[in-house]
Design a protein around this ligand. Structure first.
Ligand code: ADP
Ligand code: MG
Length: 682
């Protein structure tokens, strides 16, 4: 017997070349192989006599070879083998291209099981490249439900299939981690049965059951993990804050807080007074004023003698928070520092020293704040902005820095409820469901290339009225394959031929941090009229004077991403507009973009996006902070997710929590899933 942790090289027929191919698929051990699930199945259980075969409907048939296969060399690199086969109902000619194996194996007078579909028309049917096996051989490619595996160059489906089958013969399947009671209640297959059925199903129904179990298991493990995190934190305590007055803070603001902001701040104050570490998500659409809620929380923490840290997903955003918050805090004599990757090393050291001595009250930064060298004297509050880019693991890591810091996470993405539970199942939620007064709807239009002159005229008109414009392109550089608008080239074109008299500036992700910041800051100061950019401006950037957002090749973006981009305008007093351009003529794409033009409701857009694209894309590629689920597809499997969440919740509430922390197998799986979540940040 072999162990699940043994390398794949223990298998027969797996040499160094195979090992490399498997490594391409992240398969190193027998466990990885068993957990390499099929992406689909080919049902080859159906058998027919030759006379009943049909074009385009492959089936198995049993037939005798009627002559010796004849191979002709057609031209260089093309050999054609023909052979006649027959059963009692009909004869059929089989044709194989470049198939030495068929030419050698098929023998006159012998019977084989073939699998294929007819090709041809009424002048005569034939069959091209059927697969075949001897009737006395165990079914591998015929007479069965064939799993179709994700593959890589050089690795055939049959090779994977054989390796998986061999593994299941020589070692046990991974241990059961779902509690018996839960499996009973939800009608979930047992682990061993499910692992076997997912790779060697007897029926399509069985394959479905097995897949459902794997999805359920992943969601259950993740939910249980979040519940454990939460339980661990709830057991902890910290000193309640004594001074929760915000009168002075509010008086220093240039505007009155909205009702929603006040409610969120009151929730936070209640958490601060409770004597337990806060874990709160503030969720609010773009422009709802989350920054001030964060600032109020930081103010309270600092007033009570602690330090606060605000972590943003991009340099630009950190820079902007720093620029807008440091004057406010300095009014109260609370020193603020910026700590991002592009801050020069010497300055970084100084900031770190000042943080460690407690001199800095509020540190604003990117995930550079997460590096181990970063220490605080007394970190009382951790805030993460645009939180969906920070996974559960980052959250845990950062809060581990302080003794028991309060945790506040902010998200602009109005996340559908089920997904919110999954991402933030360990958090309490405050919703900012109200925009600051005076905000008008951003009028949004979808246009084709024929509108180019009018778009340009409109940009000019906005600039003439003293406003600024964003132009967002899907790519940084020209890419012939995709034919997408590239920011660099487009900025050039606009400057040299369209608007020689306007100030065009350029911002994209390949620029250096400091250069990006300077470009953004100078645009915010009004030193450029048009900013041509990639999606680096997506998150949080605030330029109240900008009134027009042009998004080129808008079909390349997810709806939620478009919504984020659109949220960059309409932040000041003037009427704002968003123009989407596309070359795409597909009716679904156009319908999707038109629907986007009709609504400014981020929640509705998010639901739509989730349905269409699944959560990976939903949050922007690889930035979800969600684990890479192996089987589960968050878009399609929401129902199973709800069941698994419900199951994990009620199980945890009964005997589960104790049992869960005792179950080594379950804990290991939780750890593994969270680590994969962690990997998405870098
Ligand atoms: P987001 O929720 O997208 O992070 P911000 O915090 O960046 O939104 O706020 C968007 C804009 O609204 C900023 O310019 C901010 O100064 C302004 N703002 C925030 N709260 C209010 C308010 N209560 N009244 C008026 N303007 C506000
Ligand atoms: Mg923000």
């Amino acid at each position: 017997m072999a162990n699940l942790s043994d390398p794949v090289s223990v298998l027969r027929g797996v040499g160094p070349a195979r090992v490399k191919q498997f490594a391409q698929l992240n398969i190193f051990t027998l466990r990885d192989l068993i957990c390499h699930f099929p992406r689909g199945y080919d049902d080859r259980t159906h058998s027919l006599p030759i006379s009943e075969l049909e074009p385009e409907r492959p089936a198995c048939f049993r037939a005798t070879v009627m002559n010796t296969p004849r191979t002709s060399h057609i031209r260089k690199g093309l050999d054609l083998t023909r052979v006649q086969v027959a059963d009692v109902t009909a004869r059929l000619t089989l044709t194989f291209f470049n198939n030495k194996y068929a030419a050698e194996q098929l023998q006159y007078g012998h019977e084989y099981i073939f699998y294929g579909a007819l090709s041809g028309d009424f002048t005569g049917y034939s069959m091209t490249n059927p697969v075949f096996e001897r009737p006395d051989a165990p079914p591998v490619t015929t007479r069965r439900i064939l799993p179709i595996y994700p593959l890589t160059a050089g690795l055939s489906n049959t090779a994977v299939l054989r390796a998986v089958q061999q593994t299941m013969e020589i070692c046990d399947t991974p241990p059961e981690i779902l509690p018996e009671a839960v499996r009973q209640e939800y009608g979930i297959l047992g682990a061993d049965c499910a692992y076997r059925a997912i790779h060697q199903p007897q029926s399509m129904a069985e394959a479905e059951m097995a897949k459902k179990r794997m999805i359920f298991e992943e969601f259950f493990v993740f939910s249980a993990g979040l519940a454990l995190l939460r339980a661990a934190r709830e057991g902890r305590s910290c000193a309640p804050y004594a001074d929760l007055s915000l009168v002075e803070f509010e008086a220093a603001l240039p505007f009155a807080l909205t009702g929603a902001q006040k409610r969120a701040i009151a929730d936070i104050a209640r958490d601060f007074a409770a004597g337990k570490p806060m874990n709160r998500l503030v969720q609010g659409d773009v422009g709802s004023g989350k920054t001030m809620v964060a600032a109020a929380a930081a103010f309270a923490a600092i007033r009570n003698g602690h330090q606060a840290a605000l972590m943003a997903p991009t340099e630009i955003l950190a820079q902007q928070h720093y620029a807008s918050l440091s004057p406010l805090f300095e009014k109260f004599g609370m020193p603020v520092a910026l700590l991002t990757g592009s801050v020069p090393a010497k300055q970084k050291r100084e900031v770190r020293a000042a943080m460690a001595s407690g001199e800095i009250a509020l540190t604003i930064g990117t995930h550079a704040l997460l590096t181990d060298a970063t220490g605080f004297a007394d970190l009382g509050l951790v805030i993460t902005d645009e939180q969906h880019r920070f996974g559960v693991a980052q959250r845990a890591k950062l809060s581990a820095k302080g003794g028991e810091p309060h945790l506040l996470v902010m998200s602009a993405t109005p996340i559908p409820r089920t997904l919110a539970l999954l991402l933030y199942g360990d958090l309490d939620v405050s919703v900012l469901d109200e925009l600051p007064p005076g905000r008008e709807k951003v009028d949004t239009f979808l246009v084709g290339e024929s509108y180019r002159a009018r778009i340009n005229a409109f940009i000019r008109k906005q600039v003439r009225e003293g406003h600024q414009c964003f132009v967002v392109c899907p790519a940084v550089e020209e890419n012939a394959d995709l034919g997408l608008k590239a920011a660099t080239v487009w900025a050039d074109t606009l400057q040299s031929t369209v608007f020689p008299d306007l100030r065009i500036s350029l911002l994209h992700g390949q620029m250096k941090g400091a250069q990006k910041e300077e470009t953004m800051a100078s645009f915010a100061r009004g030193e450029a009229d048009v900013l041509v950019a990639t999606t680096v401006i997506e998150v949080g950037v605030d330029v109240p004077r900008a009134t027009l957002m042009v998004i080129e090749d808008a079909d390349r973006f997810g709806l939620s991403q478009l919504h984020q981009l659109r949220g960059r305008v309409g932040r000041g007093q003037a009427k704002s507009y968003c123009i989407l351009t596309t070359h795409n003529r597909s009716p679904e794409t156009l319908a999707r973009l038109k629907a986007f033009c009709q609504t400014n409701d981020g929640f509705q857009i998010a639901q739509e996006d989730l349905k269409l694209r699944g959560p990976g894309d939903f949050f922007g590629a690889r930035q979800s902070g969600l684990p890479a689920f192996r089987v589960a597809n968050l878009g399609a499997d929401l129902q199973t997710l709800e069941l698994a969440q419900q199951a994990s919740k009620s199980w945890m509430e009964s005997a589960g929590a104790a049992e869960a922390s005792e179950s080594a197998a379950l804990r290991e799986r939780i750890g593994e899933l969270f680590r994969r979540a962690d990997g998405t940040l870098n």
